[in-house]
Write a protein that binds this ligand. Structure first.
Ligand code: NAD
Length: 495
């Protein structure tokens, strides 16, 4: 275990949840069914899969796997609820249900945070202070829009206001890195706009979505408005290809995003894709260096680097490069790797064995390409999936560790001389999700951030999120936005 020093500051303004400290705070059922029509039901597929704690490689529960017939049942339930109840309900009433979900998430924040860390491996400080409060905040935010859609999307005089309509039944597919938060990003705007949903969580992290199913039932949402089914890629594909689905909202890898785009081409289904990223974090010589070091550490090691917008490519201006890299190495020596449920942990467990193998493969590719690797000399727990924070120097733009999304605690470091060089290197990548700029010059912030081709660019900070702020990518990072009014628009039909 590495030395204990100060902890990373990932706290947000939504920080209010009480501190959860142990797994005693959470009840996990032995087995979970499919959540359809507000009931947990056995799968017609007859199949179940195990979900584990990646920090201990210990089984947590069995979860029903939805086959094609189950997907059909869920879509039918959502379709009936859409036509009979949800789309015809007065919007202010819909808003009340969504507020209720937000409040119950707050009430059960402790339990949800512990479960998120147990099932996903992320440090409890992050699930407690970021994931769960932000999930509640998204429901609060979109609840407020439910009865203001005419104001949000004003129609021309020639059109009648009732022409603003929901899209219908939405198939929503989410990844494992922010399980509850991604569910909230997807469900809250869809419900506010009057749509019904079939949500499929990722196969390694189904448990907080299943707790959310309980919350939705406790909030008395009409049956069928939200249906939550689990399974892997086959279940996801069955949902995407179901003819009863009107819109697909997908968050995950660029590879799967492309498959989905091809398979729904010509079907008339609407879609939004939130895909991979490889953000540039650019530190200029005039930046507040110690603050920038903290920001770079937050940018790449938050959630073990399992973050689509992670600042995984660092560019440091030459005059301060040696100093900056030395301070960065000193700082990562102090990071605490270990038990996700320990409040002092900075870096938790890698989410799955498959993800650990992927990280190892890409790090090996970096070494084979001649890059220099630096890792702190800390011990790792004997059981579970772990990876040390890793820095690569002596890399070129062509190296795989610079071009490919590793989705782990691995940072590649390059230097630059001029603003133009930094911008060119930052944009020389297939992705365009996020970026960061560190400088004390306001004009430089405007200049650089307006030229970086990315959906989000942070200045003198990183990984800050707010429900009112749109998030999404350019290029191979996807299309469409989530968050804010932009995130509501894909759930509305204007004709
Ligand atoms: P993934 O693409 O492997 O899986 C994502 C989801 O898609 C899972 O629920 C999975 O079961 C499902 N799926 C897999 N194959 C499918 C298919 N053929 N049809 C339909 N669904 C299918 O990605 P992942 O490994 O779970 O997540 C990591 C990726 O997600 C990274 O690339 C990351 O950058 C990206 N991500 C993007 C954002 C964003 O907002 N842009 C946010 C979080 C994660």
């Amino acid at each position: 275990m590495a030395k204990k020093t100060k902890v990373l500051d990932f706290h947000s303004k939504w920080n209010y949840a009480p501190a959860p400290e142990s797994a005693d705070h959470v009840e996990v059922n032995k087995s979970y069914g499919l959540f359809i029509n507000n009931e947990f039901t056995d799968p017609l597929s007859g199949k179940y899969f195990e979900t584990i704690n990646p920090a201990r490689e210990a089984k947590l529960a069995e979860v029903a796997e939805a086959g094609p017939q189950d997907v059909n049942r869920a879509v039918q339930a959502a379709s009936t609820a859409f036509h009979k109840v949800w789309s015809v309900m007065p919007p202010a009433e819909r808003g009340k249900y969504i507020y209720r979900i937000a409040r119950i998430i707050q009430e059960r924040a402790r339990e949800l945070a512990v479960l998120e860390s147990m099932n996903g491996g992320k440090p409890i400080r992050e699930s407690r202070d970021v994931d769960i409060p932000l999930a509640a905040a998204h429901f609060f935010y979109y609840a407020g829009w439910a009865d203001k859609l005419d104001y949000a999307f004003p129609v021309k005089h020639s059109q009648k206001p009732e022409r603003i309509k929901p899209v219908g039944v939405c198939g929503q597919i989410i990844p494992w890195n922010f399980p509850l938060l991604m569910a909230a990003w997807k469900l809250a705007p869809a419900l506010a706009a009057g749509n019904t949903v079939v949500l499929k969580p990722a196969e390694t992290t189904p448990l907080t979505a299943l707790k959310l199913a309980e919350i939705i039932r406790d909030a008395d949402l009409p049956p069928g408005v939200v249906n939550i089914i689990n399974g892997g890629g086959t279940t996801g594909a069955a949902l995407v290809n179901h003819p009863g689905i009107n819109k697909i909202a997908f968050t995950g890898s660029t590879e799967v995003g492309k498959i989905i785009q091809k398979s729904i081409a010509g079907t008339g289904k609407k879609y939004t894709l939130e895909l991979g990223g490889k953000a540039a974090n650019i530190v200029f010589a005039d930046a507040a260096i110690d603050q920038a070091v903290e920001g770079v550490v937050n940018g790449i090691f938050f959630n073990q680097g399992h973050v689509c917008c992670a600042g995984s490519r660092l560019f440091v201006q030459e005059p301060v490069a040696d100093l900056f890299i030395r301070k960065l190495k000193d700082r990562i020596e102090t990071l605490i790797i270990g038990d996700p449920l320990d409040k002092n942990t900075d870096i938790g467990a890698i989410n799955s064995k498959e993800q650990l193998m992927k990280i190892k493969r890409l790090v090996k590719a970096g070494l084979n390409e001649g890059a220099t690797c630096y890792q702190p000399d800390c011990s790792l727990p004997s059981k579970g999936f772990w990876f040390r924070p890793t820095l690569f120097t002596n890399v070129t733009q062509a190296n795989r560790v610079v071009q490919e999304e590793i989705f782990g605690p691995v940072l590649s470091i390059q230097t630059f001389r001029t603003v133009e060089e930094a911008i060119e290197k930052a944009n020389n990548i297939p992705y365009g999700l996020s970026g960061g700029v560190w400088t004390d010059k306001g004009a430089k912030i405007f200049n650089v951030s307006s030229q970086i081709r990315a959906g989000v660019v942070w200045a003198n900070t990183f990984n800050k999120f707010d429900p009112s702020s749109p998030f999404g990518g350019y290029k191979e990072s996807g299309m469409g936005r989530e968050g804010g009014l932009h995130g509501l628009a894909p759930y509305i039909q204007m004709n």
